[in-house]
Design a protein. Structure first.
Length: 135
């Protein structure tokens, strides 16, 4: 029994949020940047999105015509944060604009320093295009 007389243990966000343990182990500036990025991504996803850990990184799973699909994932590394749409076709479609704006990218995602988050248009394009692919 708990101090308040209930049988349930106190609520621990880390027990219900799969991102919490991952983000908690990051350096301070990365924690804040990952939290902010998660909020910005979730604002662009359907309300019934599911937070998951996939490929050892926080990610979002959405309903698809046949089951579910990963919409995006993010990860903290030693010197940067990565945003990944979990497919190799989204980023190449916006690569010219990313290059023109000096945003580091590869075929599979974008990377940025915690103190220079991606502009809104990048998140808009990546999430919209990925959701369009998912159907």
């Amino acid at each position: 029994m708990t101090l308040d007389g209930s049988c349930a243990p106190p609520h621990d966000p880390a027990m219900t949020d799969p991102f919490a343990p991952y983000i908690a182990q990051q350096p301070d500036e990365f924690r804040a940047a990952l939290d902010d990025l998660a909020k910005r991504i979730e604002a662009r996803l359907p309300a019934d999105v599911e937070r998951v850990i996939s490929y050892a990184m926080p990610g979002w799973r959405v309903k698809a015509p046949k089951g579910t699909k990963m919409a995006a994932g993010m990860a903290g590394f030693a010197k940067h944060i990565g945003l990944y749409p979990h497919c190799g076709t989204v980023v190449p479609k916006i690569a010219d604009r990313l290059r023109a704006e000096g945003i580091a990218h590869s075929k599979s995602g974008i990377t940025f320093r915690p103190d220079t988050p991606p502009p809104d248009w990048v998140l808009d394009e990546i999430i919209r295009r990925r959701l369009d692919e998912i159907g």
